[in-house]
Design a protein around this ligand. Sequence first.
Ligand SMILES: [Zn+2]
Length: 273
Amino acid sequence: MAPRFPEGGFAPPAGQNRLTASQSERYARPLLLPEIGAEGQERLAASRVLVVGLGGLGCPASAYLAAAGVGTLGLMDGDRVELSNLHRQVLYRQEDLGRPKVESAVRALFGLNPEVHLVPHPGRLTATNALGIVGGYHVVVGACDNHATRYALNDACVKAARPLVDASVRRFEGRLALYCPGSGCLRCLFPQPPEAAEVGGVAAVQGILGPLPGIMGCLEALEVLKVLLGLGRPLSDRLLLFNGLSGEQRLLKRGRNPACPVCGDRPAPARPR
Ligand SMILES: [Zn+2]
């Protein structure tokens, strides 16, 4: 089944607000692209994007989305900044150690683009609170460091019919997918989360080199902008694999699995964990 990707993207139509002189200067380079222009920039200003996880993926993703002029950016994370985060979580500074990531991220992103409305969601996303939060946004970025949050987010996005741009990193490999309503979900590929222990997140167990989540977080931001603006070919029918050691990028065909416990023809009545 072809994924549903509405012409013009998932963002609401641009409002009547014209760009101010300072906005025209701030966004001068994207405004030069005929595929974006003033109308696209106004669409971004009317868009609401939620970033779940403000670690190695969420830092670059939220920075590029704020810089691009996404109007409202929701930021969710329950952790505090630790010294071992700083080699890859580039929103934070030495003086942020011990502070909630949400608080430090809001400060950094406000400094980058004060015109973006930043909505902090301090705390961990769970199967209980996910649906209420996800429903308030047009597009969701999955930048989670643990399987429980990632799967809870996936299930909520299916239920709320919100596109989910989801990335993960493991040692030297990154994965990126776009799950749109009707195009399948994370559980179509991997019905249940792996059993592996991951106290403190996958990176804390297996190690990670900073630029890899940086690259994958930037790819997430790019995919979100494509979704919001209806640009190019969305990744909604493919899974992108990036190998940081060889530099190779592979695209695997992906689709909805009718037997999926969440988005299949007969979803399980109770949300599986
Ligand atoms: Zn599914």
